[in-house]
Design a protein. Structure first.
Length: 282
């Protein structure tokens, strides 16, 4: 639900109706711990469940206008179309965002851990509240309530490409991080803008427009670790790009990125960069 939080908060601030759906139980399929979809009456949609395989049914459920627990079936045909090995059943909460706890979306935008308890009368949601820590554990459906436990996953944006970028991405996935690699300026900047203090940016390559724009976006936000891979001349070139655009507070940039372990190969460089990222954030 973290990925839709900014959109939902903006809609609520503008007085626009927005409905949110997310899984609380599943049989036969792995939906994802924080998957969610946000829907507006005009057909707007952010996020998806199972690569969009369930979205149509959830759009229909949201159109009913009541907050409730719904069962959404993924048929074998739907599974094949979505590239999934088998069908299954997903139980989702479909909620009008305005009925959800005050302050929830600020917590999610800040990537805080959250536990929600929805109280049920049959399938109808009578109320939903932020719960105390003792109501945590795992997301589940119980008698008379559905508990949702949301814990943020660390993100890494790699702006650039090549063997070092690929090695960093592979190593970060072993840490359980969500990795986004892009060599497109607009895409990379959009990804960096959504990062929090929990997250990381690493820039690689000779394209100052790409790496500079990504660094500029990171410095404007709370990104926890900002790494700039490359020799000193590349560091100077990126710094010049930023200074020419009025960005002169560069102290948060770690460059050349990585702990000094004598790294030479892409795998060794990846290890040194991720080790530095962990050390900085801890």
């Amino acid at each position: 639900m973290y990925d839709v939080a900014l959109t939902v908060r903006a809609c609520l601030g503008a007085g626009t109706r927005v409905d949110v759906a997310w899984p609380v139980a599943a049989e036969g399929v792995d939906v994802g711990a924080d998957a969610a979809i946000a829907l507006t009456p005009g057909g707007g949609r952010v996020g998806s469940l199972l690569d969009g395989a369930l979205d149509g049914q959830l759009i229909e459920a949201a159109a009913a206008g009541t907050s409730r627990l719904v069962d959404v079936e993924l048929t074998q045909v739907d599974a094949l179309v979505a590239g999934l090995p088998q069908g299954g059943l997903v139980r989702c909460l479909v909620m009008t965002a305005a009925d959800m706890p005050e302050g929830l979306w600020d917590l999610l935008v800040a990537r805080e851990q959250v536990t929600l308890v929805a109280h049920l009368d049959g399938r109808r949601v009578t109320s939903i509240e932020l719960a105390d820590a003792q109501d945590g554990g795992t997301t589940r459906v119980e008698e008379g309530r559905a508990v949702t436990v949301l814990a943020p996953v660390t993100k890494l944006v790699v702006a650039g490409g090549g063997p070092i970028a690929e090695a960093i991405a592979r190593a970060a996935e072993l840490l359980g991080w969500r990795v986004l690699v892009s060599d497109d300026v607009n895409e990379a900047v959009g990804q960096v803008t959504a990062l929090s203090a929990l997250d990381n940016l690493v820039v690689i390559g000779h394209d100052d427009r790409l790496t500079g724009a990504a660094l500029e976006a990171a410095l404007a936000g709370p990104v926890g670790y900002i790494g700039s891979v490359g020799p000193r001349r590349l560091q100077d070139s990126r710094a010049d790009w930023l200074v020419r655009r009025g960005v002169d507070d560069l102290d948060r940039i770690h460059g050349p990125a990585g702990l000094d372990i004598g790294a030479r190969t892409p795998a060794e460089i990846a290890l040194s960069v991720l080790a530095e990222a962990i050390a900085v954030r801890r």
